[in-house]
Ligand binder design. Structure first.
Ligand SMILES: [Zn+2]
Length: 327
């Protein structure tokens, strides 16, 4: 494919998370030229975090031997409700932000156009455009990590709802009186199948005296448990880890069937850290349960897939967003 010849055609994507900021520089054909990662340090307040986002962007650009003048714009995904038109974060609990003019503040710091979206929306956009060539008409992305989020693409476009909060798939309730969720409700999808949910269940089981090699690996409190530790434990024959991960996969399967029944999409994409680490353990259970619960006809032509973009889905989507907006 012909690449950019002009030195002013690059896009920057940023994935702003509760613990880390990732930024990447992309060509117009969405090839990533370089990436930079910084910790978020949200406890220092929003001004400091926005300074760090700007630094993460300029560092990534510098790594690629470019300058900000070579970049057409920056697309950034933030964790929470985002008003795209106004460029404001409405509410981002992980960052402690409420009604913050992120677009304006970053444009002041970087002097290029900035476009702001919800992090999972932008990740769905990245998968849709980069991995699937923009082909699926209706696509839903489900991202399973510390929490669970979603992005909805209908008729080829991001669907953000009446008040910019669509796609909160992690908070559909799957179990009345289930475990408490960070949002305050009980039995949310996120409280049943995220890494946090898996961690909580394992910790409770260990407290009840159940045995797992995870305590040999991480200590009684299972501190610092990562998805990769779960994979290691399961592959070493750990029955408790296997059971808890299988349960989570079943809930993801039920959620996938609900989503398929609601939207009748062409593609449902599963992503996020849990899926990336435990695809082999979870994927077949998810699809089997999902198909069991789907209404007749819903699965006709439906592809359930996992994204191969991993952590790069968000930054790729950021670049896609800029490309779309500046067309
Ligand atoms: Zn919830």
């Amino acid at each position: 494919m012909a690449e950019a010849t002009s030195k002013t055609d690059f896009y920057v994507g940023v994935d702003l998370g509760g613990t880390k900021i990732l930024s990447g520089v992309f060509t117009p054909a969405l090839k990533c030229l370089g990436k930079t990662k910084l910790t978020t340090k949200s406890e220092r307040g929003s001004d400091a975090v926005l300074d760090r986002v700007a630094r993460c962007v300029t560092d990534a650009i510098d790594e690629c031997d470019l300058s900000i003048k070579n970049c057409k714009g920056i697309g950034i995904g933030a964790p929470g409700a985002v008003d795209f038109e106004a460029g404001r974060v409405i509410f981002a609990p992980n960052l402690g932000w409420k009604d913050l003019p992120v677009k304006k503040e970053l444009e002041k710091r970087l002097d290029v156009p900035v476009f702001l979206e919800n992090d999972c929306n932008i990740a769905a956009l990245g998968v849709h455009e980069r991995e699937l060539g923009g082909k699926p008409r209706h696509m839903i992305g489900i991202f399973v990590g510390t929490g669970i989020g979603g992005g909805i693409i209908l008729d080829g476009k991001l669907f953000s709802g009446a008040g910019h909060t669509a796609g909160e798939l992690g908070h559909m309730v799957l179990e009345m009186d289930g475990p408490k969720c960070g949002c305050g409700n009980k039995g949310c999808f996120e409280a049943l199948a995220s890494r946090t949910a898996i961690f909580n269940r394992l910790q409770a089981a260990v407290k009840d005296g159940e045995k797992t090699i995870l305590t040999d690996m991480l200590g009684e409190k299972l501190e610092g448990l990562r998805s990769g530790d779960l994979r290691k434990a399961i592959r070493r024959g750990d029955k408790l880890a296997d059971k808890v991960v299988e349960d989570a996969a079943q809930y993801i399967g039920i959620a996938v069937s609900n989503i398929a029944n609601f939207f009748n999409p062409d593609v449902i994409v599963l992503g996020g850290g849990v899926m990336a680490a435990l695809e082999e353990e979870m994927f077949s259970i998810i699809t089997e349960v999902a198909h069991d619960y789907m209404m007749p006809g819903v699965d006709k032509g439906l592809d359930i897939i996992t994204t191969k973009l991993g952590d790069d889905a968000g930054i790729t989507g950021g670049a896609v967003l800029v490309r779309q907006q500046l067309k």
